[in-house]
Design a protein around this ligand. Structure first.
Ligand code: DX5
Ligand code: ZN
Length: 230
């Protein structure tokens, strides 16, 4: 029931690697909370699966200390099954692992469910949807990368829009109506409505929208929500 309610709403997942004011996280999370943010997107990068390093175990711990908004942990690491235990994953959190990053995808998703968290499978732009067909029973959501992972501020890979539509069709056709689609990468005020109409319901918002150069966080969240009505 809870899943269905969540699915009906749009979920905004601010990408915390895009903030520059780490000294002021309390104030940022207060604003996010006041604006009904569903989850905090936290990117973990190991310099191997993606060519960059990003949030580690202590940063994730810090986030839990400064906010009670559930974390949405995006694991961009090789062999995530060996690293999940380092993160003290909490019930109710969302954790996505890339299909490309492990030989043991189903086992890894089951491990996430064992923590009481929501397992999610992530796919890079070039990875075909057939890679997740056999784990749809094991996930709460699918994270579709709409840029190649690793960096903020990139341009949309355009063919990923059609992939959102095809994934939504696949989920509905196979009886997985409750599984939601999250999009990550260049989720701008212009791209988000197209992603929404294609079937996305959770949106990773970074430099392209709520943490952009113009406007306050509050103004940008309002603008983002309004863009969906168009
Ligand atoms: C990588 C990240 C980025 C980024 C999103 O997984 O999640 O995609 O922070 O923000 P943009 O693309 O808007 O800079
Ligand atoms: Zn991400």
């Amino acid at each position: 029931m809870l899943e269905v309610e969540r699915f009906e709403k749009i979920m905004i997942a601010p990408s915390i690697m895009c903030i520059s004011e780490w000294h002021d996280t309390k104030n940022i999370f207060r604003q996010l909370k006041e604006n009904g943010i569903a989850m905090i997107h936290a990117d973990v990068m190991d310099g191997k699966f993606v060519p960059n390093l990003m949030l580690g175990t202590e940063s994730i711990k810090h986030l839990r200390e400064v906010t009670d908004i559930p974390l949405d942990i995006h694991m961009m690491v090789e062999k995530p099954e060996e690293k999940l235990d380092w993160f003290d994953i909490q019930p109710g959190e969302y954790v996505s692992v890339h299909a490309e990053s492990t030989r043991h995808l189903q086992r890894t998703l089951a491990k996430i469910a064992d923590y009481g968290a929501h397992p999610m499978v992530a796919l890079n732009p070039a990875t075909p949807l057939c890679m997740l067909e056999d784990v749809l029973d094991d996930v709460s959501g699918v994270l579709l990368m709409t840029v190649n992972p690793g960096f903020a501020g990139q341009k949309l890979v355009p063919q990923t829009l059609g992939k959102i539509t095809r994934l939504r069709e696949l989920l509905d056709k196979t009886g997985h109506e409750e599984v939601f689609i999250e999009v990550d990468g260049n989720v701008s005020f212009e791209n988000a409505p197209k992603m929404y109409h294609a079937g996305a319901r959770a949106f990773v918002c970074g430099t392209s929208s709520i943490f952009g150069k113009n406007g306050s966080i509050e103004e940008n969240i309002a603008k983002f929500k309004k863009s969906m009505e168009e």
